[in-house]
Design a protein around this ligand. Structure first.
Ligand code: TNX
Length: 534
């Protein structure tokens, strides 16, 4: 039964009168009553995509058959990354290896063409235009990222079974793509997730698995919370005890871990192949017990505290009165800046209970200078909004009760309101993992809000949204997946799709249609009762 519904998307589109020629408004179909099977894809013919594209128009008529004869044309070197990604998805998903060809070849009657050309600048740096008919699939973009997102859209149009790894060991199974036109670009430039690798350590392979989930949903930032009271997770050559001593611990007293410089480079390379920017965070002046216990002189009393494996917050601070503290911070920022291709350095700045407001302000402004000197743009949690910030600095809003007028004055903003975007909160009273200090966060709560109206007066300063995953209660990536999915997909759509294309009733139906794909991928998602899972 599962197979029938998914396989039939394209076929139904060809057969059903309802899916011919009528443009599909991005805000799609009538809601299914709770608990009933989801009719969306079947009745409208529109493929169930998450995030929803800005514009999608079904064309009716025959779809495009991917067969052993299909030719894949990458019309420029800039289209290569996406062409390789698509070739691999199709090889894995259908067992068919596409024949590569040069753009100059005579037009074959069954081809997929990827064109990356600055002349399509009107599509935007991350936008794309995708046309599918019986003979040709054309994917156009102005820049490589746009073509990559077009490939993710194509991926979600392939049958769900193409995500099973085992498929590629079977005989080739041709697939059909529906005839349509998509013109798409993200609403926000910042579509992020955060993973706390400090409270519990996650391996490089676990991070790569999370990056894969981000890419599937067109997200483009992974913020790594690399240091906190419980552990220091990134090798710093000049201060080796940060990891030799500070990397050993984690919440609960189980062994921690850290990333070598080579492993951190590997994470960055894997992310950049997926057009994802890694944003490193070293939380300071608080949340620093791991560093304080590794180096006694960072403490005002020169006494190193023992490692910490609990979950309280707010008790630690580096000594903000010593110049040597800033020399230490400069070394750390310089090494991390040098090994991070992205533009950003996150200095934390949250939950400092041991300093006066004046001490805190001086500290943040001094660190801001260090970050700037090392060539990065500073990000901090929303407490830094009370300090004097450079135009390049970014405030990450998290406290639901943060002063909105202060936030509105921030140079730039990332929105992670804890009562909606903290995907480490429990879904409901049944959730065994996660926390609940910001309330329960069911899928609808994570989805049904508008970043444009959250902070009055912030307007264009809102760069986008980010979903933090704190790991006090999470010991491995399967547990992370349970809290992330489906809410990560909800936040992805909040960040990508225009307000006019968003609608909770349509979203829950499209989301429900992802169940088979996620199952094929082995994702440990929560079957939230709000969603009509198929
Ligand atoms: C608040 S969010 C924190 C973290 C905790 C998180 C748990 C933020 C900037 N600080 O230290 O891990 O709550 O949800």
């Amino acid at each position: 039964m599962l197979k029938r519904t998914t396989l039939s998307i394209a076929v139904l589109c060809a057969l059903a009168a309802g899916c011919s020629r009528n443009p599909q408004p991005a805000t799609t179909p009538a809601p299914a009553p709770a608990g009933t099977a989801a009719p969306a894809a079947a009745t409208t013919g529109a493929p169930a995509l998450v995030p929803q594209p800005a514009m999608m128009e079904m064309k009716g008529g025959e779809g495009f058959q991917i067969t052993a004869k299909t030719v894949l044309r990458a019309a420029s070197p800039a289209a290569q990354t996406s062409a390789s990604a698509l070739k691999e998805l199709i090889r894995r998903g259908t067992g068919i290896t596409l024949t590569p060809s040069l753009a100059a070849d005579a037009a074959p009657d069954n081809a997929i063409e990827i064109v990356v050309d600055p002349q399509h600048a009107s599509l935007g740096a991350e936008g794309y235009d995708l046309t599918i008919d019986a003979k040709l699939v054309t994917l156009k973009a102005a820049a490589p990222a746009g073509a990559f997102y077009g490939v993710q859209t194509l991926r979600q149009m392939l049958p769900y079974w193409s995500e099973y790894e085992a498929i590629m060991y079977q005989r080739p199974r041709p697939a059909t793509l529906p005839a349509l036109h998509v013109q798409d670009a993200p609403r926000y430039a910042w579509r992020g997730a955060m993973l706390d690798v400090a409270r519990h350590f996650f391996t490089v392979d676990e991070i790569k698995r999370y990056l894969d989930l981000l890419a599937l949903h067109k997200m483009n930032r992974l913020h790594l919370h690399l240091a906190d009271d419980q552990g220091w997770r990134i090798e710093i050559a000049k201060w080796p005890d940060l990891t030799i001593k500070g990397g050993l611990s984690e919440v609960g007293g189980t062994p921690g871990g850290f990333y070598t410089k080579a492993q951190y480079a590997d994470i960055n390379a894997y992310a950049s192949e997926r057009f994802i920017t890694i944003v490193p965070e070293i939380d300071m002046p608080g949340h620093t017990n791991a560093a304080l216990s590794a180096y006694a002189h960072l403490n005002c009393n020169n006494q190193a505290p023992p490692p910490f494996t609990g979950t309280e917050v707010g008790f630690s601070t580096v000594c903000v009165e010593k110049d040597s503290t800033y020399e230490f911070i400069d070394d750390v920022v310089r090494e991390i800046a040098a090994m991070t291709p992205g533009r950003y350095f996150h200095m934390g700045g949250d939950e400092v209970k041991k300093l006066t407001p004046a001490q805190y302000k001086l500290f943040v402004e001094r660190v801001q200078g260090i970050v700037q000197k090392n060539g990065k743009e500073m990000i901090g949690w929303d407490e830094i909004a009370a300090t004097t910030l450079l135009p390049t600095s970014i405030v990450q809003h998290w406290r639901p009760d943060a002063k909105k007028d202060e936030l509105a004055r921030a140079p730039r903003l990332i929105l992670s309101p804890a009562n909606r975007a903290y995907i480490d909160m429990k879904y409901d009273g049944e959730t065994a993992l996660g926390l609940n200090w910001a309330g329960l966060v069911p899928v609808k709560t994570a989805y049904d809000w508008d970043p444009a109206t959250l902070v009055e007066g912030a307007g264009e300063k809102v760069l986008g949204v980010e979903a933090p995953m704190w790991s006090e209660t999470l010991t491995n990536i399967r547990e992370v997946e349970f809290l992330a999915m489906p809410r990560l997909a909800a936040i992805a759509e909040v960040g990508w799709s225009p307000a006019s294309a968003r609608n909770w009733e349509a979203f829950r139906v499209r989301l429900g249609a992802q169940a088979m794909r996620w199952t094929a991928l082995g994702v440990n998602f929560y079957r939230a009762p709000e969603i009509p899972w198929r």
